[in-house]
Design a protein around this ligand. Structure first.
Ligand SMILES: Cc1cc2nc3c(=O)[nH]c(=O)nc-3n(C[C@H](O)[C@H](O)[C@H](O)COP(=O)(O)OP(=O)(O)OC[C@H]3O[C@@H](n4cnc5c(N)ncnc54)[C@H](O)[C@@H]3O)c2cc1C
Length: 405
């Protein structure tokens, strides 16, 4: 199928496929069973040049586009979801934020860590601030040339394995005046106030640790504050634009898992016989196959389009990224579930990867902005209204409505 990929993009896709089949696939079951972060795969990814591809050449990267990364992620996700997420988070998300808004020292630090195999952690969510991220209570108090961070985050991907952390906190100046929400870079050093205080017990993606982080008087030099030109007051929205790339990456992992599951189901449809004929000869299954392929193709087109929309500012279009993640994550859950059905009892067994894929794929309507919250974002852009979700500010003010008309 011609999806408008260039020769270079097709070559990259083929190289990623060969890597995924030779290196990632053989490790996937053990990574899940042992709940162990695959450092050997990380080393191989670094050697193959799949980490930090989007970094500028001057910092050791390849100046790769988000579409390049999407092609790599898709191939990895067909074979091993944890490997795919490592590719996402060493090319998108926190690292993109630093490259867009960081100072030179921050960029050098982040690039070196990523190229050496670090998967940066992005720390936003708190027990009482999930979808409502701006309700966060973690605070950063200015003390001379440093900020002192106190608070707690949970469900942080890479807790305990990531070195670089981009921590979001409410910022207070020396007089105790609130300045807005800012991002701060810290390299993990448990002795100095950044501790992993819990590992989450997850349904899937078990080789990628999710954890609770506690900051106790974590001192971060003021030079490690990531401040966009809009400053702290409006900076959170700017810093969060990096999530538009992360969303495309997360949607692609889901789509890749679905593609891998569909390949297995298609092969089984041709080889498994019942009633003296391959089960693929039954129309009930043929129509399932057609629906699965249609949903997969639509997801792929949406994700590629969102990745290609990477503008001059460096990130994909928010509307396209949100729609692609909603659609790809929801259809992937269905495709994997249907692929498992093709295998009957075998699909339900831990001997095959289908049950692992079904557990892994479930998270993508939750992490990185839930499917509901992303729908609100899409609707808000469609209406041209801000849609504050608090009870007292829920309805758009007449002035906003007037402005949209
Ligand atoms: C595997 C995984 C990895 C993650 N990694 C990270 C990470 O690295 N860093 C990080 O900071 N966070 C991370 N998260 C956290 C994730 O971003 C949050 O789980 C997510 O933002 C939702 O927050 P919540 O879980 O508190 O759910 P809640 O916000 O409590 O939402 C509960 C339910 O209510 C719905 N809901 C909430 N508000 C609205 C609304 N206004 N309209 C309609 N529905 C609404 C939600 O969609 C959801 O269905 C991760 C989560 C998972 C599962």
């Amino acid at each position: 199928m011609d999806l408008g990929l260039s020769k270079d993009e097709i070559a990259l896709q083929q190289r990623a496929r060969a890597f995924a089949q030779a290196v990632a696939r053989p490790r996937a079951a053990a990574v899940d069973r042992d709940e162990a972060y695959p450092w050997d795969v990380v080393k191989a990814l670094a050697e193959a040049g799949f980490l930090g591809m989007t970094l500028p050449k001057a910092l050791g990267g390849k100046d790769a586009s988000f579409l390049d990364v999407v092609l790599v992620i898709e191939e990895m996700a067909k074979c091993c979801t944890v490997t795919a997420r490592i590719v996402v988070e060493t090319n998108m998300g926190a690292i993109s934020t630093v490259m867009a808004y960081g100072n030179e020292a921050q960029k050098k630090l982040a690039a070196k860590l990523v190229l050496d195999g670090d998967k940066p952690a992005i720390c936003i969510t708190e027990p009482d601030a999930g979808s409502d991220a701006t309700a966060m209570t973690t605070r950063a108090d200015k003390r001379g040339d440093a900020y002192v961070i106190n608070g707690k985050k949970h469900w942080i991907t890479g807790a305990g394995v990531s070195k670089l952390h981009l921590i979001f906190a409410r910022v207070f100046d020396e007089r105790g005046q609130e300045q807005g929400i800012g991002g701060f870079l810290a390299v993990r050093d448990e002795a100095k106030g950044l501790r992993v205080t819990r590992r989450e017990q997850t349904m899937g993606l078990r080789g990628m640790p999710e954890g609770e982080l506690t900051f106790e008087n974590l001192e971060v030099p003021a030079s490690m504050a990531v401040v966009p030109p809009s400053g702290f007051r409006r900076g959170f929205a700017d810093l969060m634009t990096a999530y538009n790339s992360q969303r495309v990456g997360a949607g692609t992992v889901a789509m890749g898992i679905a593609g891998g599951a569909l390949e297995l189901a298609l092969h089984w449809a041709k080889t498994r016989e019942q009633f003296g004929r391959p089960i693929g000869e039954f129309q009930g299954l043929q129509w399932m196959l057609a629906d699965m392929q249609t949903q997969l193709t639509a997801s792929r087109l949406m994700l590629y389009t969102a990745a290609r929309s990477q503008g001059a500012g460096g990130f994909p279009d928010p509307m396209l990224a949100a729609q692609a993640k909603i659609f790809a994550s929801e259809t992937a859950i269905k495709i994997v579930n249907d692929a498992l059905q093709f295998f009957g009892a075998r699909g339900y067994s831990r001997d095959l990867p289908l049950e692992r894929m079904a557990r892994d794929v479930r998270m993508f309507t939750i992490g990185g902005g839930t499917a509901q919250v992303l729908r609100t974002l899409v609707a808000s852009k469609m209406l041209g209204w801000k849609l504050p979700q608090t009870r007292d500010g829920y309805m758009p003010k007449p002035s906003l409505r007037d402005a949209a008309e």
